[in-house]
Design a binder for this molecule. Sequence first.
Ligand SMILES: [Zn+2]
Length: 140
Amino acid sequence: MPYNKPVPKPSPLTQPFWDGAKEGKLMLPKCVACERVHWYPRHICPFCHSMNIEWIEGSGEGRIYNYAIQNRAFGGWAEEAPFVTAYIDLDEGDRMVTVLRGVDATDPTSIKIGSKVKVEFEQASDDIYIPFFRVVEDSS
Ligand SMILES: [Zn+2]
């Protein structure tokens, strides 16, 4: 099935992220000065304002911080509605917005805050793979 949602265009700032995604890796920007991971990619560390940023390979794992059911959407996303978007607390630090798959969007009570999730990637074009997360262990 062809990918019919908006496809991100990499910039020099984000290219390392997309290069990693193509290989199934969740690359994360990390400040060399304060050693904290931040999301999203920036030229300047949001914590200490250093411009010395490197990329690390993240574990691709985290936990659900919060989520929302998307009952309506536009374009290609309309075909997926209802679907779930979530904030994920990454194991390396900071928080990422994502689509959460493998959950029942018609039963919000089935989705548990704190559940462990892992990243997967969906091919959007020849070079762009879009990350999303899937629950691997419910929080109890
Ligand atoms: Zn820093």
